[in-house]
Design a protein around this ligand. Structure first.
Ligand code: SAM
Length: 231
């Protein structure tokens, strides 16, 4: 009996902490509106953030911090992104149930889970095998059947599954990878941090219009881990 009571208590605590996280994201969205042009994010994005159990994506020894609005280490020298950034990138992607989405940089699988709450299909690529395998197992256990994980270099995208209505890149290249631009559907959006390891990077939105022309807009200064690989 006792273990069950304890686990119910932990879930209640996480759920309260998740509500606090939502408030923290809302505050930060308001504070950064001069950069992003957004005083609030889409209600469906915030609802998705309120549903996904972020603690499941955090190594056990750091779960106390799971709902703080900050990035956390996930092993292999990598991080799970700050909840505010996950919410903002998801909002910028503007996906719905008809959308096919590519994520480069699966990491813990958290951003993929948030996308899977909103999109039809999510394809996600991770270059570190152990992270990719763990994320795939976790996403399956949590019932995210519309996510497919591949181990590989996401610089090249996933041409067999494209074109994509949205592409989110969660590691920073110095220059936007050409294959990702090619795999963007007309009307699609690429959300990507751009800049070197020691620079302040710029989160950018690249929109491909119906005639295939690209329109790039910087949104916010950010700090992501570098996009690695031998491309
Ligand atoms: N989206 C992740 C999450 O929700 O936990 C956070 C991603 S972490 C900030 C960036 C991830 O990108 C790391 O797991 C890293 O190994 C991965 N990565 C870096 N370069 C990559 C590449 N060329 N292809 C695929 N993944 C890459």
């Amino acid at each position: 009996m006792l273990p069950m009571i304890q686990s119910l208590h932990a879930e209640d605590t996480y759920s309260l902490q998740r509500q606090e996280m939502i408030l923290a994201i809302e505050r930060m969205v308001a504070d950064t509106r001069d950069y992003t042009g957004r005083a609030s994010l889409a209600p469906e994005v915030m609802a998705a953030m309120a549903r996904v159990p972020r603690h499941e994506f955090i190594p056990e020894e750091r779960r106390t911090y799971a709902y703080e609005n900050r990035p956390l280490p996930i092993g292999s020298g990598q991080t799970i992104s700050q909840p505010y950034i996950v919410a903002l990138m998801t909002d910028l992607a503007g996906v719905n149930r008809d959308s096919v989405v590519l994520e480069v940089g699966t990491g813990s699988g958290y951003q993929a889970a948030v996308l899977a709450e909103l999109a039809g299909q999510v394809y996600t690529i991770e270059i570190i095998e152990e992270l990719g395998r763990n994320a795939a197992k976790l996403l399956q256990r949590l019932g995210y059947n519309n996510v497919t994980v591949r181990i590989g270099d996401g610089y090249h995208g996933w041409p067999e599954q494209g074109p994509f209505d949205a592409i989110l890149v969660t590691a920073a290249p110095e220059k936007i990878p050409e294959p990702l631009l090619e795999q963007l559907a007309p009307g699609g959006r690429l959300i990507i941090p751009v800049g070197g390891r020691y620079d302040v990077q710029s989160l950018q939105v690249v929109e491909k219009d119906r005639s295939g022309r690209l329109h790039t807009k910087p949104v916010l200064p950010v700090g992501f881990v570098p996009l690695t690989g031998d491309h």
